[in-house]
Design a protein around this ligand. Structure first.
Ligand code: NAD
Length: 396
């Protein structure tokens, strides 16, 4: 088949196998180019990445494997290709990662299935035994719309909604450039509770406890889960909304995990920068904010993509010295901050000033819609340099 992006309602329905592979290899090359800097640090010896196939999880796995040469086990939930339909981007990203680690002589096991299930936890524990490792770093990087309860089978669904009152904010359709106002009604109590069940820290705690009970967690291990704070204008729908409540629960989990660790485990939440992901084009306000943010950060030469963020997280926060025990720098609330360039006062002031002035006449000048679109297509393997998009490709 010949593959062109199939974008419907700001969701891309297909993926290009070679484009996804090349984009994964680009991230691997980014980390390999910093091998010398990694070699001066003591890093993790065996890493589990839950949510390993795309976004921050994939970049974390790449930093672990190609930066620190650690064996990795990765868990993700992706759709495999059929004769008529491509797989999801993460399916091809995993394959590219597996091929690259095999070629580099690095141990890696990638498991596909539901991370929330007891079965997946058992499969990971078996994988650790097969590799003969105990994990000394567990990265929790899931972004999921649903979670089946592992005990009852009840399906929890997460929503991105405000709490208390409706939210009205500026929005842009990144594909048409059309500006609009989006109004989102507040979540019900049940929706709020379900979102915490899906995106909060309950499953993270279950993972750590299951690994510990099975003897698959090393003494003095670290574990990190990812979160976002973002600008004040997004707080009603993000930080003070349903997702924010789930992320507050995640921060509580980090404290509980560290406090109750008999084996010296340290659990962290890392606040990362806003990125374009498969879901971000459909979250109200975020596309407009991110497009302006990218323009401002690119103009100032401080823009970072996913792998640049995770490379810094691994070398300048989690492992920053000759001993893995070197203290991890955190803010007053105990969180790792790798979003400091995005959240800098001058960047935020400039973004806010542009948001106040934005109109269809100056959109191209004040915001980087093209950058948003190209990042969005790139995570689906489209628009990647060197790929012949007129050529026939097999979906598998
Ligand atoms: N994207 C951002 O701008 C941003 C910013 C800061 C923090 N974060 C946080 O980083 C984390 C990862 O987000 P991302 O943007 O990298 O997401 P992503 O969609 O790129 O990746 C999500 C991963 O979770 C996996 N997954 C989803 N459901 C699963 C399931 N049931 N079982 C197994 N695997 C499953 C997917 O296969 C994929 O590997 C999230 O907690 C998110 O809130 C994201």
């Amino acid at each position: 088949m010949i593959l062109k992006p199939m974008v419907r309602n700001n969701i891309c329905l297909n993926a290009h196998p070679e484009g996804c592979a090349r984009e994964t290899l680009r991230q691997i090359e980014y980390v390999k180019a910093r091998a010398e800097a990694y070699s001066r640090l003591e890093g993790p010896k065996a890493v589990l990445v839950i949510g390993c196939s795309t976004g921050y999880g994939l970049a974390s796995r790449i930093a672990s494997a190609f930066g620190f040469r650690a064996p990795t086990v990765g868990v993700s939930f992706e759709r495999s290709p059929s004769d008529t339909k491509t797989g999801t981007p993460g399916w091809y990203d995993n394959r590219a990662f597996d091929e690259a680690t095999a070629a580099a002589g690095l141990s890696a096991i990638s498991l596909d299935g539901d991370a929330f299930s007891k079965d997946m936890k058992a499969r990971v524990i078996r994988a650790a035994r097969d590799l003969g490792v105990k994990f000394d770093l567990v990265v929790y990087s899931l972004a999921s719309p649903v979670r089946p309860d592992p005990e009852t089978g009840e399906l929890y669904k997460s929503v991105i909604k405000p709490l208390g009152g409706a939210y009205r904010g500026r929005n842009v359709d990144v594909f048409t450039g059309e500006l609009s106002f989006a109004e989102v009604q507040p979540a019900s109590e049940a929706e709020a509770a379900h979102t915490v069940k899906v995106m909060g820290g309950e499953d993270w705690e279950l993972w750590i406890n299951a690994l510990r009970e099975a003897g698959a967690l090393a003494a003095g291990a670290k574990t990190v889960a990812y979160s976002y704070i973002g600008p004040e204008l997004s707080w009603p729908i993000y930080r003070d909304g349903t997702i924010g409540a789930a992320k507050a629960h995640l921060e509580g989990s980090a404290k509980r995990l560290t406090a109750s660790a008999p084996d010296g485990l340290s659990a962290y939440v890392s606040i990362n920068k806003a990125l374009v992901t498969r879901a971000s084009a459909v979250i109200p306000v975020i596309p407009l904010y991110v497009s302006i943010l990218f323009k401002v950060m690119k103009e100032r030469g401080i823009h970072e993509d996913c792998v640049a963020q995770m490379d810094r997280l691994f070398r300048e926060r989690l492992y920053l010295g000759a001993s893995v025990r070197q203290a991890v720098p955190v803010d007053a609330e105990g969180r790792i901050r790798i979003d400091e360039l995005e959240m800098g006062a001058s960047v935020q002031a400039e973004v806010n000033s542009r948001l106040a002035r934005i109109s269809s006449d100056n959109l191209g000048e004040l915001a980087d819609l093209e950058g948003f679109r190209s990042d969005f297509l790139a995570i689906h393997g489209f628009g990647i340099e060197g790929v012949d998009y007129e050529a026939e490709v097999a979906s598998r």
